[in-house]
Design a protein around this ligand. Structure first.
Ligand SMILES: [Zn+2]
Length: 363
């Protein structure tokens, strides 16, 4: 509510001009920002399109332990892959941190300014004690890691176009839209990735496959009236965010109930992928691969086995490969201690099945 009130105030304060002028000026500003961004950079072919930085991980004087949350999930995924011998550390791509100019490609200035309040950030992060910290610390310890992950998701679009696939080991902040954060999501990395792809990659049709346990209301709001983006969202309808307006913007919606088990889940996914593939011809696929569908996850309330998650990811990558659509994967929600191992196992499986190529070491 606060975000919509402040954006309404910003709109009222803006100089009067016709809607066409506004939208064409906004389009030009967006285009110029994307074209002058440093987030896309050339990566040598010897590197693999797995994107990660040690600055993704959040260490917050122990405060992060108050959230039901493994805040070093991202680093642990890479550690498992390196220890398993399937990924070589110095072949990982380190992204740049998204700057304010980069974030303004999607976000309003008023929203970004609202993050200068530690109270606002504490509400988005769902960690009340964060409100007591000076904002410079909140920026440094929480928002900067998130901005680095945003840079990773944006870069993943470029690498996917070049290599056929890319995995950002972080990102997937699907509850954040241009004007509003929430549910641990402060920046709309998926929307940003897609707008960069539109302008820099000559792509005009993108499919989002959102298989996090929660509804992806952020990107749904951002692309509500944009025919260039097709959204398949399969989510537990009985949990956060209960965003009924955003649900109207889902092109292929699969609402599941708490307690859904692996076989039922995977059957629904098969049907959804087949239908979505027939409905929309995509040039880029953004896969939001949250692992909060895992049995035991306190937020997702579903009962999918670790092997079910591995099969799910394989189905989506196979779908992309068969249709020859470049795929970006982001890891999104799922912060049980077991999540990192399951994600690493899934990436190993994708490599074994030749759906991705991690450099041909042990496999
Ligand atoms: Zn989630």
């Amino acid at each position: 509510m606060a975000a919509s009130a402040s954006s309404a105030a910003a709109a009222a304060a803006a100089p009067r001009s016709s809607p066409e002028n506004d939208s064409s000026a906004a389009k030009t500003a967006r285009r110029n920002r994307v074209l002058s961004s440093k987030l896309y950079f050339d990566v040598p072919p010897t590197k693999v399109p797995v994107i990660y930085s040690s600055s993704y991980d959040i260490a917050f004087f122990g405060i992060e332990k108050l959230h039901p949350f493994d805040s070093s999930k991202w680093g642990r995924i890479c550690q498992f892959l390196i220890a398993d011998g399937v990924l070589v550390k110095n072949l990982i791509v380190e992204p740049m941190e998204a700057s304010e100019e980069d974030l303004l490609v999607v976000h309003s200035k008023s929203y970004l300014d609202s993050l200068k309040s530690s109270l606002t950030v504490s509400i988005i992060m769902e960690v009340p004690p964060v409100s007591l910290l000076p904002n410079f610390l909140v920026q440094q310890k929480a928002l900067s890691p998130f901005r680095k992950q945003v840079g990773g998701t944006i870069m993943a679009g470029k690498l996917a176009k070049e290599r056929g696939w890319a995995i950002n080991v972080g990102g997937g902040f699907h509850h954040c839209s241009a004007d509003k954060g929430g549910g641990f999501c402060a920046y709309a990395d998926i929307s940003l990735c897609i707008h960069f792809a539109f302008i820099r990659l000559n792509i005009s049709r993108v499919m989002i496959i959102d298989l996090d346990a929660h509804q992806g209301n952020g990107h749904e709001r951002d692309f509500s009236n944009d025919g260039r983006v097709f959204i398949l969202d399969m989510f537990n309808a009985g949990i956060y965010p209960h965003d009924y307006e955003a649900r109207r913007y889902i092109d292929y919606k699969v609402e599941i109930v708490s307690g859904t088990t692996t076989n039922t889940y995977l059957k629904k996914l098969d049907k959804a992928l087949e239908a979505a593939g027939n409905m929309f011809d995509a040039e880029l696929l953004v896969y939001n691969a949250g692992t909060d569908i895992l049995d035991g996850d306190p937020l997702g309330m579903l009962k999918i086995s670790p092997d079910g998650v591995i099969q799910r990811d394989e189905k989506v990558f196979r779908f992309a490969k068969e249709k020859k659509i470049p795929i970006v994967m982001v890891t999104s929600g799922g912060y049980m201690k077991s999540s990192a191992r399951v994600i690493a196992d899934s990436i190993v499986n994708l490599s074994k099945k030749r759906l991705i190529d991690l450099g041909g070491s042990a496999l």
